[in-house]
Design a protein around this ligand. Structure first.
Ligand code: PLP
Length: 376
């Protein structure tokens, strides 16, 4: 038997989270999570699940019946979309302009699908002309997948146009909205998106670990008419449906992360009270303030202005500056977390998130003051 450890309760430091997620979590959300745990089939909890679905439909701007939070981080939402809609041998066009498009390719391969890549430079939006060409060259393609808000670079793609092109060529669409939901306009029904997933820890400002998803009637039909069984038991929508369907028919599937769902409920109530459009406008407004400061400091954005995400600002690290040392000082002296560059962008860019509750004037001022002091 190993020795008994003498470890104390964990006391995390108070940080200001201005990286690519998680974002700052409001005390109201933390308080909600500390409420008493009830059974996951308790009528009170089942009632809250129904409210969660209503709140998520508002956030996604959809009437899709199958709209619910998957018990798992954004990557599980991503896999839920791919394992259900992609069968072995299916051709899937993946638009890749950063890390998360690359992760989609991995998903397609692991489902036994055949990925066809539409590559764009990191920092650029997905080129709709290239997607059109790929669809003409691959008339047997079944699905088009792309990332609406590429968190690795801060580039935003024109989801409405990409979905419209995909449908014209008879394809279903899978859209990654992990960083866009709540922060920038996203209209699932108006744009006719088929399958979409997001994350709780970005512009919804909940704790990480939940992935809101929504599926159109056409997507559900496709899942129901599969020739093969979905290879994941946990993510098989045919089974999950029994748990998240009408409250009267609910049956056990897995034990829901009860207190985490209280937190998501609270963050969505806050979004509802603010109003979705007001939230989009707040994100745009605080980005403008950050941009004015960066312009004055001579810091350059990585993404061209008309393709930038207001909630994720990638800036080029100035020549001769020690990336790690700057981030160390920001964390140590200002309790401020900013994000590193991923993959090829490591050491070249910083990523400053203004997501959800982190998108506040005081955070903009803190980041500008801290960076100005550390860089001079
Ligand atoms: N997709 C995008 C665009 C993301 O930014 C992220 C996380 O940063 C993910 C997917 C994966 O989400 P998670 O880290 O919650 O699994």
């Amino acid at each position: 038997m190993s020795d008994q450890p003498h470890i104390q309760s964990f006391q995390p430091p108070h940080r200001t989270l201005m990286g690519p997620g998680p974002s700052d979590v409001h005390q109201r959300v933390l308080d909600a999570m500390a409420r008493p745990t009830v059974g996951h089939l308790d009528p009170a909890f089942v009632g809250m699940m129904e409210e969660l679905k209503t709140l998520l439909r508002y956030a996604f701007q959809t009437n899709n019946d199958l709209t619910f939070p998957v018990s798992g981080p954004g990557s599980v939402g991503m896999e839920t979309c791919f394992v259900n809609l992609v069968e072995p041998g299916d051709k899937v066009i993946v638009c890749r302009n950063g890390v998360f498009g690359g992760r989609m390719v991995e998903n397609v391969k692991r489902c036994g699908g055949v990925p066809v890549l539409v590559d764009d430079a990191w920092g650029s939006a997905v080129d709709s002309g290239k997607l059109e060409d790929a669809l003409k060259a691959n008339p047997d393609a079944k699905v088009v997948a792309f990332v609406h808000a590429e968190t690795s670079t801060g580039a935003q793609s024109d989801a409405k146009t990409l979905v419209e092109i995909a449908h014209r060529h008879g394809c279903l669409t899978i859209v990654d909205a992990v960083t866009s939901l709540g922060g920038t306009p996203l209209k699932v029904d108006e744009w006719e998106v088929d399958a979409i997933y997001s994350g709780s820890q970005k512009c919804l400002s909940c704790t990480p670990g939940l992935s809101p998803v929504s599926f159109s009637a056409r997507a559900i039909e496709t899942v129901k008419n599969r020739k093969t069984v979905v290879q994941s038991w946990f993510m098989d929508l045919n089974l999950v449906l029994g748990y998240w369907s009408a409250a009267t028919k609910r049956t056990y599937h897995h034990t829901a992360p009860i207190n985490a769902l209280y937190g998501l409920h609270e963050s969505l109530v806050m979004l509802q009270n603010e109003g979705l459009e007001n939230s989009w406008n707040r994100h745009a407004h605080n980005y403008q303030a950050l941009k004015a400061g960066f312009d004055a400091m001579g810091l350059k954005f990585f993404v061209q202005e008309d393709q930038r995400l207001p909630q994720l600002n990638a800036i080029c690290i100035p020549e001769g500056i020690d990336d790690a040392e700057v981030r160390r000082r920001l964390l140590q002296d200002y309790n401020l977390e900013i994000g590193v560059g991923l993959g090829d962008m490591a050491g070249k860019i910083w990523r400053l998130g203004l997501m959800g509750y982190s998108s506040r004037p005081e955070n903009v001022l803190l980041a500008l003051r801290a960076l100005d002091e550390v860089l001079t």
